[in-house]
Each structure stands twice: as C-alpha cells, then as structure tokens.
Design a protein around this ligand. Structure first.
Ligand code: PEP
Ligand code: MN
Length: 360
C-alpha cells in the first residue's frame, strides 16, 4: 500500500503550530449540551469537535446514542462556532447520513475495526468522497487487523486517512481501561511513517487523573494529535462520565503539555532524543512486567519442588537455559558475557524467591 505524505494533506491543511486537538463529548445528549460544549471549545486549541451519535455499547441497557437527530445539533454547533465535526460511523446508513449532514471527519470505532465485513461496507459507502476517515485500533492487540482496515479504505480510494490509538482490551484489570500497548503504535508508525496518528487518552485511561500523562507519552512518541472526551459537566455525562474532562481542563492541559512542534535545530534534537527515550521507557516497562511474570512462575516451581521434596538448584537445567539463551542473545547482537551476567542475576533472584517458599 502506498501510504505516503499525500494522506497527511488533510492534517497539513490545518496549518497548526501544535498537535491537532479533537475534543467533545463521548455522546451528543441534547442540542443545548452539544452547542454549549462547542462554544466552550471554541476558545481552546480544538479544531474538530467530536460527538458520538450512534454509541456502540459493550452490553445492552446503556445509553445507545440519540441517533440521526444529533447530526442536526452538530450542524448547529458548527454554524455557531466554525469548528469542524467528527462522529463515529458503524455501517452504510451511518455513512450516508453523515455525508448528507456534511460531517467533516468520520471515525471507525474499535468494535467495528475488528470486523472486515463492516469496514468493507463503510469503505464501499465512502467511495468517491473526499472525507477524512480515522480508524481506531481494534479492541484486541492486533496490528494486522488495524492496518487491514486502513488498507480497505485506501483501496476504496479514500485518500485522507489517519488512525486513532485508543488502547486495547485486557481480561486482567489494570490501571487502564484499555491498555496502551505503546509498542503496537510504535510498530505502526515504523510501517507507515506518514500516516497521521491521533491519541485517544480518554478510552485508554477510563478515568480523568491519568489523561495528562498518557497524552505526554503520546506526544513524546510523535503522535500528530489528541482526541479527548470533553463535557461541561463530566460527572453527569450520559456515557463515559468518569473519563471526560471539562473544556477548561483541556485548555489547561494543552498549555502544560510539552508540545513537540520542531522549531529550531536544538528543539528538533531535543524532540528526537525525547522520542527515543520514551521508546526505551516503553521497552523497560515491558521488561519489568515480563520479569515479574517470570518470577511468578518461578514461585510456582518453588511450591512444586517443596511439595515433592526436590532440590532448588538443578544444574543441568540451568546449563541448558544458559546455552539456549546465549545463542538467542547472539541473534540479537547481545554478547555472551552480558547474557550470562543477566541470566545469573535473574537466576539468583529466582533462587532467593524459591528459598523463601521452601523454608516457609
Ligand atoms: C468513542 O469514541 O466514544 C468510542 C465508543 O470509542 P471506542 O470505539 O474507542 O470504544
Ligand atoms: Mn466514549
């Protein structure tokens, strides 16, 4: 696929000296709500107002959106503020109605990106238009599925493209509503460096207090913009109340964030350095998580050895791990000395853990 700078044109057209800001409520609720939020956003860095009209809810019984009438409210908001508009489309009818209402940006939600049938239906309905289409990552951590959706749109002739990173579902509860899995976004950027990538910190966080930090990480990883759920009365929002922030808080956030527009050679250097450091931080976190997982397994082995009265140190097994890992290390340009020291340190920690378990 020829994803290149031409796909960035829509973003370049904004001619901003800061990353793109898309903001607005999770859902359009009433005409007053939509217009009031638009008016408050007008005085911020926001260029595009978002609002869900058709809401995909994981389980039925929650507010499922106001439907097509919300498009009229959005049009009013646009007429009064000049903000461009964005909404989620999940089928052919949504696309047709949004085109009629002259919505500027359509996004495909995480629950739709997982379905090639749905994505193809949307792509076919968009053929021949010049709309900007943003593809949210699928709910599951699958880069190919995400890229596949972008490729379907590209093949349908949609030239103004971009992606939105909104994190990935995990069965285990973490501090995030949707785990950021930054490495997937980094891999996507290396595959298609010109494809605009927007961060949705709201659906990653699921809560207000970590939105700032998530945004900073995204900006340090060279994201082109942010899409933030914003409401004048977040606690009483009809959907995703916990993660929405006020337009005022958004405004303050854009002041406090380290923005990464390159101005001088010195800032360009600083920006590149910061990007690389953030990438290292992402990998370091993965390493620590993995080491933690490894230790949990070592603990289980300790338990098993205790029950069966087996010695902790199994020299043959240790030597075979060492040999295999030295070979794997060589393939990754890591010296035998380093791998040996590294594994010994891990092994010592494991033995320490197992000693504790066995002597308990
Ligand atoms: C949304 O943006 O409100 C939404 C439903 O997002 P997602 O598809 O990322 O869950
Ligand atoms: Mn939402």
């Amino acid at each position: 696929m020829e994803i290149n700078t031409t796909q960035r044109q829509w973003l370049t057209d904004f001619n901003l000296d800061h990353p793109l800001v898309i903001a607005g409520p999770c859902s359009a609720e009433t005409e007053e709500q939509v217009v009031k939020i638009a008016q408050q956003l007008k005085d911020t860095d926001t260029s595009i107002m978002r609002a869900g009209i058709w809401k995909p809810r994981t389980r039925p019984g929650n507010f499922e959106g106001v439907g097509a009438i919300g498009l009229d409210w959005l049009k009013t908001a646009k007429a009064e503020t000049g903000l461009k508009l964005a909404t989620e489309v999940a089928n052919k009818t949504h696309v047709e109605m949004s085109l009629k209402a002259d919505i500027d940006v359509l996004w495909i939600g995480a629950r739709s990106t997982v379905s090639p049938f749905i994505v193809q239906e949307i792509a076919d309905a968009l053929k021949g238009t010049d709309k900007t289409v943003l593809v949210k990552n699928p709910v599951n951590p699958d880069l190919a599925l995400w890229l596949g959706a972008v490729e379907r749109l590209y093949d349908a002739g949609i030239k103004n493209l971009g992606v939105i990173h909104r994190g990935f579902s995990t069965y285990e509860k973490t501090k995030y509503r949707n785990n950021p899995e930054w490495q997937i976004a980094i891999d996507l950027q290396s595959e298609y460096p010109d494809l605009p990538i927007i961060l949705d910190p709201s659906h990653i966080a699921g809560r207000r207090d970590i939105i700032f930090d998530i945004c900073q990480t995204g900006l340090d990883l060279n994201f082109d913009g942010i899409m933030v759920e914003t409401h004048f009365d977040p606690d009483n929002a009809w959907s995703d109340a916990k993660q929405q922030i006020t337009p005022k808080a958004l405004d303050q956030m854009t002041v406090d964030l380290r923005m990464r527009k390159e101005f001088t050679e010195a800032t360009a250097f600083q920006n590149k350095l910061q990007t690389l450091r953030t990438k290292i931080d992402v990998v370091d976190h993965q390493l620590i998580d993995l080491l933690g997982k490894r230790m949990k397994i070592a603990d289980e082995i300790g338990d098993l050895k205790k029950k069966n009265n087996v010695a902790i140190l199994q020299t043959k097994r240790w030597n075979s791990i060492l040999d295999t890992m030295i070979a794997a290390g060589a393939e990754n340009n890591l010296s035998k000395e380093f791998i040996t020291k590294f594994l010994k340190a891990i092994h010592e920690e494991s033995i320490g853990h197992q000693h504790k378990i066995i002597s308990e």
